[in-house]
Design a protein around this ligand. Structure first.
Ligand code: AMP
Length: 361
């Protein structure tokens, strides 16, 4: 059983072996923890900076028993961890944070939006789609174009398609493989923002200043933070994040993706129950970054300050862009983060660069 605050020297397990796991592991090491990485792929970027690695499927009972023998606290770097794995770990006496509720909510877009609205976190209007008739009714109600997304397992713009007009309904349903889906009204937003926030085991909540996100081909290209926001919008962003965290009885860092509408009000696009790509700017821009914050929260330590120290432009290095590393390494105001991944496949996040400038205002 875990005793909180978790003492340095304890081991924290992370499910997932990619860049988020790697940066969590580095942060944990700085606070004196060891990390165990459980991932189906051996030799990933996270495993190579961690004390222990287990290369096994997430639902491998033997691997979970081994994990429970070494680590008393577990977390994850991606939201599609099967609920059964979390339950198995809990049955073995491992504290899993964030718990099963945030995972369940984030794994299903209909449940997610239903939860958000019930929590006082507004979203676009939506309809659950199980049949072609649902889709026709949904388009009648929400208008076209509207965005059709699979309920589960979509990321980086995958598993979604615009229904352009009535004539496109059947073809659009085919494009997402007729899977259970959500139809979303089009958000006529002026900007995409995100708030990275955290909740500790004592219920304390902190929120980093919001960042402004730019996507290309469905993938986050860059985040500029802190974003310039009106005081009312800033307060709204923080209130939304706090409501979600409290209602989920959440422990750890969460990413809340937002649409800023013309009149300044915010709608939640989605939540990620984990550290988030749009929070990488905090690594060089804040007193305590999102990775250390997550480790502090799950370890039952006090949360750290979220005060920004610099203006940051975070740019993802995607695929072959990482080959520019010698040039980036020579840039004075650029902080380079490389994920130790082998092959620079197209669309693969290989690293990011944080470019710093003095804080505005
Ligand atoms: P998601 O996978 O839900 O994060 O969506 C990926 C991107 O699609 C978002 O970052 C937005 O740029 C866009 N998007 C998602 N939902 C909507 C919507 N309801 N209306 C307009 N654009 C959207």
């Amino acid at each position: 059983m875990a005793v909180f605050p978790l003492a340095p020297g304890s081991t924290i397990a992370i499910l997932g072996g990619g860049q988020l796991g790697r940066m969590l592991s580095l942060a944990a090491a700085r606070l004196g923890f060891d990390v165990l990485i459980l991932s189906p792929e051996a030799g990933g970027g996270a495993g190579r900076v961690s004390a222990h690695t287990l290369a096994a499927p997430y639902d491998d009972p033997e691997a979970l028993r081994t994990l429970a023998g070494i680590a008393s606290v577990a977390t994850f770097e991606f939201e599609n961890v099967p609920a059964a794995v979390v339950e198995a770990l809990q049955a073995l006496g491992v504290e899993v944070a964030p718990g099963p509720l945030p995972l369940a909510v984030a794994q299903d877009r209909v449940d997610e939006k239903t939860f958000l609205n019930a929590s006082g976190a507004p979203t676009v209007a939506f309809a659950a789609i199980d049949t072609l008739a649902d889709l026709r009714n949904g388009i009648d109600r929400l208008g076209a174009p509207a965005l059709l997304k699979t309920r589960r397992e979509g990321y980086d713009g995958k598993g979604q398609t615009w229904v352009e007009n009535h004539a496109d309904i059947e073809a659009a349903y085919d494009r997402i493989g007729r899977a259970p889906a959500i139809l979303e009204a089009r958000a006529d937003f002026v900007r995409e923002l995100s708030v990275i926030a955290a909740r500790g085991r004592d219920g304390d909540v902190v929120a980093y200043p919001a960042g402004e996100n730019h996507h290309e081909a469905g993938i986050l290209r860059r985040t500029r933070a802190p974003a310039v926001l009106s005081p009312a919008t800033r307060e709204q962003a923080e209130t939304i994040a706090a409501r979600i965290l409290t209602r989920l009885d959440y422990v750890g860092v969460i990413g809340v993706e937002l649409f800023e509408m013309k009149d300044g009000h915010l709608l939640v696009n989605e939540i990620a129950p984990r550290v988030h790509n749009s929070g990488h700017w905090t690594l060089d821009g804040c007193e305590v970054d999102q990775f250390e914050q997550h480790i502090r929260a799950i370890a039952g330590w006090p949360l750290g300050p979220v005060t920004p120290l610099a203006q940051v432009e975070m740019e993802n290095l995607i695929g072959a862009e990482v080959e520019a590393w010698p040039k980036l390494a020579a840039e004075a105001e650029a902080r380079l983060w490389l994920y130790g991944k082998g092959e620079a496949r197209e669309g693969r996040k290989m690293g990011h660069v944080n470019r710093l400038s003095p804080l505005k205002g």
